[in-house]
Design a protein around this ligand. Sequence first.
Ligand SMILES: Cc1cc2nc3c(=O)[nH]c(=O)nc-3n(C[C@H](O)[C@H](O)[C@H](O)COP(=O)(O)OP(=O)(O)OC[C@H]3O[C@@H](n4cnc5c(N)ncnc54)[C@H](O)[C@@H]3O)c2cc1C
Length: 413
Amino acid sequence: MQTHDAIIIGSGVAGLSVALELCKRNRRVLVLDRSSLASGATSRAAGLIGQMRSTRDAIHLLMESIRIVRGIETDTGIRVLEQTGSIRVAQSNVRAKELANDVAIARAAGLEVEMLEAADVQKRLPCMRIDDISAACYCPTDCYLEAPTLAQAYIAAGRTRGVAYIEHAPVDALRSTNGRVTGITAAGTDYDAPIVINAAGPWTHLVAAYAQQPLPTCGIAHYYFTTKPEAKIAIDATHPQFRDRENRIYGRPCNGGIRIGIYEALPEHIDMAMLPADFQMGSVTADISKPLISNLISAASNRFPSITESIPMEIRGGIMAFTPDGGPLLGELEGLKGFYHCAGFCGHGVSQSAAIGPIVADLIEKGTCKYDLTQLSADRFSDWPVLQNRDAVIQSCLKTYANYYGKPGPSSN
Ligand SMILES: Cc1cc2nc3c(=O)[nH]c(=O)nc-3n(C[C@H](O)[C@H](O)[C@H](O)COP(=O)(O)OP(=O)(O)OC[C@H]3O[C@@H](n4cnc5c(N)ncnc54)[C@H](O)[C@@H]3O)c2cc1C
């Protein structure tokens, strides 16, 4: 007899959300993690949810995520979301056009967004420089959060419904019969289930390789800093998050200081296969001797002039699982029935996670979901000859990351 109906490899926000949803649908679910629960990319997320995206579906998915998290807050009593809205600013005409286009897409999708004058920007976020702003908008329903708190809420809701979690259990093999997955092996123990979900974050392509399936995703380092509370930077928890694509930065209030991250032009690929077995995401850090960090501080001071290299700050990094088009990889690939992928969330995994659970559960139950699968399915690159080569996948992911804020155009998925 099967002990579990589904096994989930990885306890980041993606795996935890899928576990919760499957359990709500009366499946017996086991989640295993190579390390502590939610200690991967999730533990390092900056914690922004920005709903303005390039397609109606991508926006609806994020709106739905916020709705689901509100429900989990009610169920668990754990407060997750800080709804202070978000500001986006543009300097050049090209960026102003980009912003106007994104506002039009957002409004057509039913997302509330207002245009702001520079003076309104200053009222909402007094520490922001406004003299070079040519256009700005405000989305009142955007939220920020602490990703570990969201993970804690998923776990609390999952535990109540019977999800089982095992930490420090690295999955090192899949088991299968006649082209169907039958279970996994973790730390020498076999676990059986007819459904296995690969939610291993930046390690996902390594887990996919257990089934000889090439998954087009790679690890890319990503950094942000958080200033200590500082009289010169007037910011508090009620202020909005912000995005400034021209300077490649985003940020939000954090514990009396400001947290600012960057999508740099020259990203750094991390070969996950080369990391030690006991690698911890918390070990990804840097100081201002790293050019990327001095560039981050300089980009931040373009928008917030009080920020300098001498301001006390904590610098944090982590590893994102990027994909060639910036969208996630969900569902089965050819060759092994019952083995589902749920990964490649780039810089949006925390924001998208709550809606990802129902999507993956629908893919398992119905083979389809209410969103456009051409932007989500794990096999959408199978026919791209150029992406059948690992180096090409890495180069393509790096380019997408570098263009993420760098190239004016529709906001990424
Ligand atoms: C610095 C940084 C800032 C970010 N900021 C934001 C943000 O502001 N907003 C946002 O939405 N997103 C943000 N992200 C992205 C977000 O953190 C990720 O998209 C999201 O956490 C991915 O969740 P996940 O569950 O797919 O992966 P992870 O959280 O990485 O979880 C995967 C888990 O799988 C486990 N695992 C791996 N291999 C195995 C194995 N063989 N056996 C068992 N377990 C295994 C790992 O230990 C890990 O716990 C940021 C990311 C970084 C790095």
